[in-house]
Design a protein around this ligand. Structure first.
Ligand code: FES
Length: 110
């Protein structure tokens, strides 16, 4: 797959403590989160059910709590912080350049 960086949004577009859902052709729904001047791009869909983490979740710094069953993920590496989630959340290498957020997205296999 492609390994180039994709422009996701401007840092200023990301609401505090909520994240921003981003839909791009060919990719699952993405979520971009902001902590200070750093941004983190993850999948938007919880790995436990079909909840949208930006729509129903709650952000507390690096931890996102899913609104459906209160499972939690760390957005820095996608690791599970709280059950019932057991599968890590997919995360994408992200960086901020001139207040623009870029991520390395990989097309879904198959
Ligand atoms: Fe997210 Fe169940 S759907 S914790």
């Amino acid at each position: 797959g492609a390994t180039s960086e994709t422009l996701i949004c401007a840092l200023a577009d990301i609401p505090d403590d909520e994240g921003l859902r981003v839909d791009l052709n060919g990719f699952p729904p993405l979520a971009v989160w902001r902590v200070g001047e750093q941004a983190y791009v993850t999948d938007d869909t919880c790995t436990h059910g079909q909840a949208s983490l930006t729509a129903d979740g709650m952000q507390n710094e690096f931890v996102i709590e899913c609104g459906l069953h209160q499972g939690e993920f760390d957005i820095r590496d996608g690791s599970v912080r709280s059950p019932p989630c057991s599968k890590p959340l997919r995360v994408y290498a992200t960086r901020v350049v001139d207040d623009q957020v870029y991520a390395v997205l990989q097309e879904e296999q198959g």
